[in-house]
Write a protein that binds this ligand. Structure first.
Ligand code: AHR
Length: 495
């Protein structure tokens, strides 16, 4: 069956910039994200650049990966940066208390992380240890990384092989301090935040965006208390919301699901819009000029781990459903572009909603990777409003919009439009009026597959990949297309 939808894309009402940082990433010392996934060491037979896998480097470069958040997550509030500098054979072994109780070798530390950022051209976003660390430890780390002059710490950096300071644009003061980062009340956290942030200084022309820990999903009380109390001591507030659609202790399966769970996950991920609306309303009370940003620095699907894997490693498969989750979230983030200036999917490799999975020397790109790759055209473009009349996709007693659309315009006038058809079975005939869009040519790409849980495996790594999309045409100022069921489509309109 085909459903009908209409839209108007307003090139005549361009708004602000969609920050490229909305397409950011997150890598934690968790399971096989860093070790195996990114870091194999210089001695490895897996081709690498100073210990970092070349295949993963190439894949992340192709994404125009704008930033990387590290070292956690929960790990960050138990991480002592001095453990991860200096000769690798002298670095202490510690227990990773949050993630499986495994030994952390500290082979991957500050220099290795910042080397990776430079190689792929991503801005570092470091999460400092507030839970178990001290203000002095935090301020020293910042001086070590960013001070250009002569000081004991800057000279120690030089002795460890790095002459020039690094630029660190983003710095989180703690992580989930309402939970794994110290189980604090918002009142206590706000006071402690100000104490720590006071010592997080800008050295040698480096300018830190200091990020305060924000709510768990829609915990409005946390937002109210923290955002008003930390005031201008923070340049941004974080927010975490994971897509689960089931109780925490009984998570859904990443593959082998029916339409009920397809629908459930898409519906649950759309809650992000409500959560951002309510969080922004609170932020607007004390910051109506929208000076301070909201960073959704952890988001994505969270399923049962793959059978036979360590439950503490959070390793899950990734299907077409996850790609649509990503597309829907990009659209929500783009709609909120004024306040939402950074987002980081959890996590880059081998953990939760990953872009990349590895097994020894093998690597595969997931459907989520391709959603990022297709939608990267929106990075640093101007947001174009869209008026949409969409049919509903009904399942049982519930319904969600069958179509989601987001549009933007690049500096050269090219217009990009991405569409998600959430419907499991029906295609959508869509007519889009283009207001103030000057275009003669249209090209498109589509991500879809025969089954809802289609995914890539190490034996069959090319099951879900973008293809050229030809079911789209442009006549005067009307764009006509038929969106296949359960698909993500991105079209480019140019002259
Ligand atoms: O991404 C996995 C974990 O989820 C992070 O460590 C933590 O911040 C969140 O609870």
């Amino acid at each position: 069956e085909a459903l009908e939808a209409t839209a108007t894309i307003h090139g005549d009402r361009a708004q602000g910039t969609i920050s490229k940082h909305i397409y950011g990433h997150f890598m934690e010392h968790l399971g096989r994200c860093i070790y195996d996934g990114l870091w194999v060491g210089e001695e490895s037979s897996i081709p690498n650049t100073r210990g970092i896998r070349n295949d993963v480097i190439a894949a992340l470069k192709d994404l125009n990966c704008p930033n990387l958040r590290w070292p956690g997550g929960c790990f960050a509030d138990d991480y002592h940066w001095r453990d991860g500098i200096g000769p690798r054979d002298k670095r202490p072994e510690r227990i990773n208390i949050h993630w499986g109780g495994v030994i952390e070798t500290n082979a991957f530390g500050t220099h290795e992380f910042l080397d990776l950022c430079e190689i792929i051209g991503a801005d570092p976003y470091i999460a400092g240890n507030m839970g178990s660390g001290s203000p002095q430890e935090m301020r020293d780390w910042i001086e070590y990384m960013t001070f250009a002059g002569e000081s004991e710490l800057a000279n120690e950096r030089r002795a460890n092989g790095r002459e020039e300071p690094w630029k660190i644009p983003f710095f989180g003061v703690g992580n989930e301090n309402w939970g794994c980062g110290g189980n604090m009340t918002p009142e206590f956290y706000s006071d402690l935040y100000k104490r720590f942030a006071t010592f997080c200084r800008d050295f040698s022309g480096n300018h830190l965006m200091r990020v305060a820990c924000g709510p768990n999903g829609g915990d409005d009380n946390w937002t109210k208390v923290v955002f008003s109390r930390v005031g201008g001591h923070a340049q941004a507030l974080s927010l975490h919301y994971y897509t689960l659609a089931a109780p925490w202790h009984d998570k859904l399966s990443a593959t082998g699901f029916g339409e009920d769970q397809w629908f459930g996950i898409l519906r649950s991920t759309m809650r992000m819009d409500d959560i951002l609306n309510s969080t922004e309303a609170i932020m607007n009370d004390t910051d109506p000029e929208i000076y301070r940003g909201l960073y959704v620095d952890e988001w994505g699907t969270w399923y049962q781990v793959e059978e036979g894997t360590n439950p503490g490693f959070l390793y899950q498969q990734n299907t077409l459903r996850d790609a649509l989750v990503a597309g829907l979230n990009f659209h929500i983030f783009q709609k909120h572009h004024q306040r939402v200036r950074m987002c980081n999917i959890a996590q880059t490799v081998n953990v939760l909603q990953a872009m990349i999975l590895t097994e020894g020397e093998k690597m595969l790109l997931t459907p989520t990777y391709y959603a990022f790759e297709m939608c990267k055209v929106h990075q640093d473009t101007k947001f174009l409003p869209v008026e949409l009349e969409t049919p509903e996709y009904k399942f049982g007693d519930a319904a969600i919009p069958a179509v989601s659309v987001s549009a933007s315009r690049g500096d050269d006038g090219t217009v990009y439009v991405s569409f998600v058809n959430t419907h499991a079975h029906d295609s959508i005939n869509l007519k889009c009026q283009l207001a103030g869009v000057d275009a003669q040519k249209v090209t498109g790409r589509v991500l879809s597959a025969d089954s809802l849980d289609a995914h890539n495996t190490f034996d069959q790594p090319n099951q879900v990949e973008p293809r050229e999309f030809t079911d789209v045409s442009l006549n005067d100022s009307t764009l006509s297309t038929t969106l296949p069921p359960h698909s993500l489509v991105v079209v480019t309109l140019s002259n």
